[in-house]
Design a protein. Structure first.
Lengths: 248, 198, 461
């Protein structure tokens, strides 16, 4: 099975280890990984600012590179949500349709397509707080949301992590409240964004985890920035790194 | 073009494509036997008080419950009171009433509400300006929920009708419900079968 | 001519946040309402089905609005009600003033109506010698403090009890140190009761207006709409044209959803139905457009007209809870405010659509299933089309669009790792480069980008 791998621009520059872990993990699971070298971005930063026309060329470029794949995999909920649900800057075409319908967030791909049940190479003997991004929860339905009180509870990243030897997952209050990153919001509404980040850390840290983990590095980039400024020693990892066998 | 015609014209031009009117079910599931206990629980949540059968001596009951009350306005045949609604032709004068006694034609188990209209009040303000209110309710007239409640003819026929659910309150300060607010201080519902001759 | 400036919600929010104790109080209070809503919704097994029904009923009605407005007007007239029509706030206010003056009415009591806030009615009437007393506790507090509502359900929610004590001490001479809500509610009752008894006219808004019966429905905890609508002989009801619903059967759905969504109570203390004038009285209904008919024709935004003013969206909104309701500078605030206000004044409210992380919580608590967060996103596109986006931000987005669509440019921009941080945020963040760093450490650029690793370790020659 072959997948077209997307490594979002901010992972490319700031967290290449997440991309590396994703490649290694997929290879371990017998997947042929193709990373179109000319990839740049999914267009989300411009589109989320309302500047659809300015994201058009970027989205068209993305479509050109990825329309040949049956499975397009991205280790990012927000980018996947954008490509699946908001990819409208490029004019409608069968290729654009195809890309939107064949894009998967990494955890979705592991959970729903490969249906991976175990990660025998994995061991993470630490207390972990799992943060699911709003894109993952409300955009991609990777976990049940607290607003819909009658829905049966489910949580795909948690389901996969629970298979990791030694891991201890902790609960915390307001578990699916937004962390405050919000893309350009993090700078345009800096005071609210950092207040939300500080509050989120407060709720999480009440359960005293050693690690805060997510399938969205953008949330973690923001929370890590807050934590470091607050002098907190809590550590951050992407789910892919743990599933790939990272011990710490 | 007149204002009305202009507004209609703009609405007609802008209306989105037709969407069907859905059928609304009744969502009833309770056994009749559970209606009274559900009503009691709901009324308690809304800070109302329930007396589950007619007091032997209503006058004594009222004196014990409202020791300071001098003016008792009764709209019901079961009790004379010191005045009747007709004694307040200026509706604002109902502020002089200490306790109003009225009968409600329907209670709602889901919410602990009682229905009142000008038929039951004759002077509507006796339900709001009085210090306290006592509502007689025939337990046979308790319906399960709001869906069933809205089938009562009062909502099509009465000039004014209200589903009253507990005494007046407000959560405007600090977000916690406090009593009283502008209306009655207390609401007491007495389960009292209606006289056959009414 | 004085053009009101664009509301800088972010700056207003920053000021609110700077008062940490107050912001924390407000955030905690609003979140408690969200939790109360969750508990209340759990008690109703058919909750999601009710939401679907409510949404469909509203969409059906809006798609047949002319027909239902006609039916409502005919029903109201049969009931002996006088029906008026107003294009906008000014016409509405004129009609109210006219009705009052024809009756020699100088003192008006009114219950809460967001429509009358839109129309700024109080100021209009006060300038014409009419005393207006708000009978809703929250509205009254704000009126006495000369501040607009901070929340559509609890106008004074942003005030702590001690803030209310201060307002009442000044207005009523009550004890400035007694911030017990029961004491304060008593003070309100004591001072407002005489005003209610002496009023010449009473005014209410409308939560719903039922076409089949011509009734105006109000929902209050205090019974102040019942007082305002029954004590005086003259009753005026202001109704936005989007408040129409077809039948009482439909009404039941909304009554079951409204106060559960708003404050987690199964119903409010008074659910009142005004169908005809009281004995010896007169009843007027003013049906108001004020931009609603135009909004009805907006392909992406007309579903905002489904709103039943429950406030659940603002209770759950993490941005609203930390910004305070006054930060939006608008009649309607929080998520619903963001999607409605640009239709009133696109310039003044051009930045509101960016006061959101697009997290989607609002859309999922909305009892009538308005796709609020999707409309917020769509408004951003409109602001771009209508050139309402700040020049610096637009410039950054144009530049980003260039670099991110050219792989070679992108790799050059990201390859020199020391400069990566300087360059990349221009794609992702347009603002002053130190905005990120005010309260956060910046991420450190990696020694090697993923592209570089892949080239070295995986790329086939």
């Amino acid at each position: 099975m072959q997948v077209g791998l997307v490594i979002p621009c901010y992972l490319d520059v700031f967290y290449p280890e997440v991309g590396i872990a994703t490649v290694e993990l997929l290879e371990r699971l017998g997947v042929e990984v193709d990373y179109p070298f000319d990839q740049t971005c999914c267009g989300q930063p411009m589109a989320n600012s309302g500047c659809e026309a300015d994201s058009r060329a970027t989205e068209e470029h993305f479509i050109r590179l990825f329309s040949r794949f049956e499975y397009i995999v991205i280790p990012s909920g927000s980018c996947t949500h954008h490509v699946r649900n908001k990819f409208i800057a490029a004019p409608p075409s069968p290729e654009r349709e195809h890309v939107s319908q064949h894009v998967y967030e990494l955890i979705e791909f592991l959970h729903d397509v490969l249906k991976v049940k175990e990660f025998p190479w994995g061991e993470f003997p630490h207390k972990v707080a799992l943060h699911n991004s709003c894109s993952a929860v409300r955009g991609l339905h990777m976990a049940s949301m607290s607003e819909r009180v009658h829905d049966p509870a489910f949580n795909k990243p948690k389901a996969l992590l629970q298979g990791i030897k030694g891991i201890e997952l902790v609960d915390f209050a307001r578990h699916d409240e937004c962390c405050g990153f919000g893309g350009t919001f993090s700078a345009t509404e800096e005071a609210v964004s950092s207040r939300m980040g500080y509050d989120k850390l407060g709720f999480i840290q009440a359960s005293q985890p050693e690690y805060i983990v997510s399938s969205d590095m953008s949330c973690l980039m923001h929370l890590q920035g807050c934590a470091r400024r607050l002098g907190s020693g809590v550590k951050f990892r992407h789910v892919a790194e743990i599933l790939n066998g990272s011990r710490q | 073009m007149g204002i009305r015609e202009d507004i209609f014209d703009r609405v007609r031009r802008n209306q989105p494509a037709a969407i069907t009117h859905p059928a609304v079910p009744d969502f009833t599931r309770l056994a009749k036997a559970d209606l009274i206990s559900t009503f009691a629980k709901s009324l308690e949540i809304m800070a109302g008080v329930l007396i589950d059968s007619p007091p032997g001596d209503f006058g004594t009951f009222l004196r014990r419950k409202f020791p300071k009350a001098k003016t008792i306005c009764s709209a019901v045949p079961e009790y004379a009171g010191t005045s009747r609604p007709e004694d307040y032709p200026a509706w604002s004068d109902a502020a002089k009433i200490d306790v109003s006694i009225v009968r409600s034609p329907m209670g709602v188990a889901e919410t602990g509400s009682v229905l009142l209209s000008e038929d039951d009040l004759r002077v509507n303000t006796i339900a709001f300006l009085a210090h306290d209110i006592v509502v007689l309710l025939d337990p046979e007239k308790i319906v399960e929920n709001i869906h069933v409640a809205y089938q009562h003819p009062a909502f099509k026929e009465r000039a004014y009708s209200v589903l009253m659910s507990g005494p007046s309150g407000s959560a405007d300060i600090g977000g916690k419900e406090v009593h009283p607010a502008q209306g009655v201080m207390t609401l007491t519902v007495v389960l009292w079968p209606e006289r056959a001759d009414r | 001519m004085n053009i009101p400036p664009t509301v800088d919600q972010a700056a207003n929010a920053a000021r609110f946040i700077a008062d940490r104790a107050h912001e924390q109080y407000f955030d905690t209070l609003m979140w408690s309402l969200r939790e109360a809503r969750d508990r209340s919704a759990s008690e109703v097994p058919e909750w999601e089905q009710l939401r679907d029904l409510a949404s469909e009923i509203k969409e059906h009605t809006l798609s047949h609005l002319a027909e239902y407005l006609e039916q409502f007007e005919a029903s109201a007239k049969r009931n002996g009600v006088t029906v008026h029509w107003a294009h906008d706030a000014y016409e509405h206010n004129q009609i109210v003033a006219d009705i009052l003056s024809r009756h020699g009415a100088k003192h008006l009591i009114k219950s809460k109506s967001m429509l009358t806030e839109e129309c700024d009615l109080r100021r209009y009437l006060e300038n014409r010698g009419v005393t207006v007393t708000e009978t809703d506790l929250g509205e009254r507090i704000q009126q006495l403090d000369d501040e607009p509502p901070a929340h559509i359900v609890g106008p004074a929610f942003q005030k702590r009890p001690q803030d209310v004590a201060r307002v009442f001490a000044k207005a009523y001479g009550s004890d400035t140190n007694n911030s017990d809500p029961v004491y304060l509610a008593h003070e309100m009752r004591k001072h407002t009761r005489p005003l209610i008894e002496q009023a010449d006219a009473g005014m209410t808004g409308a939560n719903f207006a039922v076409a089949e019966t011509g009734a105006v429905v109000t929902v209050t905890n205090e019974g102040n709409a019942d007082l305002s609508g029954n004590v005086p002989k003259l009753r005026i009801c202001s109704v936005g044209i989007e408040k129409i619903i077809p039948t009482n059967r439909d009404l039941a759905v909304f009554i079951r959803l409204l106060s559960r969504s708003a404050i987690g109570m199964p119903i409010t203390q008074y659910t009142s139905h005004f169908r005809a004038p009281r004995q010896g009285g007169e009843m007027h209904i003013i049906l108001v457009d004020n931009g609603r008919a135009t909004r009805l024709g907006m392909e992406k935004f007309w579903p905002s007209l489904k709103c039943i003013r429950c406030g659940a969206c603002m209770n759950t909104c993490p941005v609203y809870r930390r910004s305070g309701g006054l930060s939006y500078g608008s009649t309607y605030m929080g998520p619903i405010g963001i999607i409605m206000m640009p239709t009133f004044d696109i310039r003044r409210f051009s930045e509101l659509p960016f006061s959101s992380t697009l997290n989607g919580s609002c859309s999922n608590v909305c009892p009538v299933k308005i796709n609020i967060h999707e409309q917020i996103y769509a408004w951003r596109g409109v602001m771009d089309e209508k050139h309402q986006i700040k020049l610096a931000k637009k410039g950054a987005m144009v530049a980003a669009g260039e670099v991110l669509s050219h792989p070679d440019l992108y790799r050059i921009a990201t390859s020199a790792t020391e400069t990566a941080f300087k360059l990349l945020p221009r794609f992702v963040i347009y603002n002053e480069l130190n905005a990120w760093g005010k309260h956060r450490e910046a991420p450190a650029p990696a020694k090697q980008t993923f592209h570089q690793w892949y080239k070295e370790h995986r790329l086939k020659a």
